[in-house]
Design a protein around this ligand. Structure first.
Ligand code: PEP
Length: 255
């Protein structure tokens, strides 16, 4: 499978961090550092920072994403934000199915699928997170879990729509823990996910789909992870909050 067929995408996931002035300052520091990137650069920010981020990145090579969206277009869902609301703002990307949503907010494969559907219908590109818990890895069922999550989330996604899906393999035990999957572990699971996509669609679709790795990726370990044949970029949490660190990862993906 040819890595050159795919564009690497480095996406920051700011989680619940940064006020608007802090967001503006971080983006201003980041812009000159990533302006020559030869990969996609996305920052996924809290809802309150979306307008600030869109204004600060207008006309640049940084795209803006949200960290979640609801499955309904509108209605009585207090505290939620819909995909058309994001689209209307000018947002291009949305993270769906992040393990923190699954762990703390009752997100399931069913709700992930509904959110993916809503995001695609609104014209957004989805960064779809999948990954196993530590006990699932230890029980030897990693492939079963990520395979099930992938199939569920892509249920009803057409081959054409797959072009607006980025898969992000994020082993839950590696997120925010400082424990990174080895490059070999990341590549092995990413490769497996690609075979799942091939079974669902076809080889060309599998060859073309971007599959990121996420989980404590940082300026030091990025190069080795991103060099793997099936790792097409990264979803970056902690390290995306520091412009030089995030820029170093973007540089590693641009080589
Ligand atoms: C994430 O939030 O998706 C993530 C990978 O976090 P971290 O890089 O901090 O492990």
């Amino acid at each position: 499978m040819n890595k050159n067929l795919r564009k690497a995408v480095i996406a920051g996931n700011w989680k619940m961090n940064k006020t608007r002035p802090e967001a503006k300052a971080l983006i201003q520091e980041l812009l000159p550092l990533v302006k020559d990137a030869d990969c996609g650069v996305v920052i996924c920010v809290p809802y309150t920072n979306l307008e600030t981020a869109l204004a600060a990145t207008a006309g640049t090579n940084i795209a803006v994403g949200a960290e979640n969206c609801h499955w309904a277009e509108s209605g009585a869902f207090t505290g939620e934000i819909s995909a058309p609301m994001l689209k209307e703002l000018g947002v291009e990307y949305v993270v769906i199915g992040h393990s923190e949503r699954r762990q703390y907010f009752g997100e399931t494969d069913v709700t992930v699928q509904k959110r993916v559907r809503a995001a695609l219908d609104a014209g957004l590109t989805v960064i779809l997170c999948i990954g196993e818990l530590l006990e699932q890895r230890e029980a030897g069922i990693t492939e079963e879990i990520v395979g099930m999550q992938t199939k569920a989330a892509l249920g009803g996604v057409s081959r054409e729509e797959l072009g607006r899906i980025i898969l992000a393999y994020e082993p839950v035990w590696a997120i925010g823990t400082g424990k990174t999957a080895t490059a070999a572990q990341a590549n092995e699971v990413n490769h497996y996910i690609r075979t799942v996509v091939e079974k669902l669609y076809d080889k060309e679709a599998a060859d073309g789909v971007t599959i990121q790795y996420g989980g404590s990726m940082n300026a030091k370990n990025a190069e080795e992870l991103l060099d793997q044949p099936d790792v097409d970029g990264g979803l970056i949490g902690g390290a995306s909050l520091k412009a030089p660190d995030f820029a170093a990862i973007v540089k590693a993906a641009s080589r």
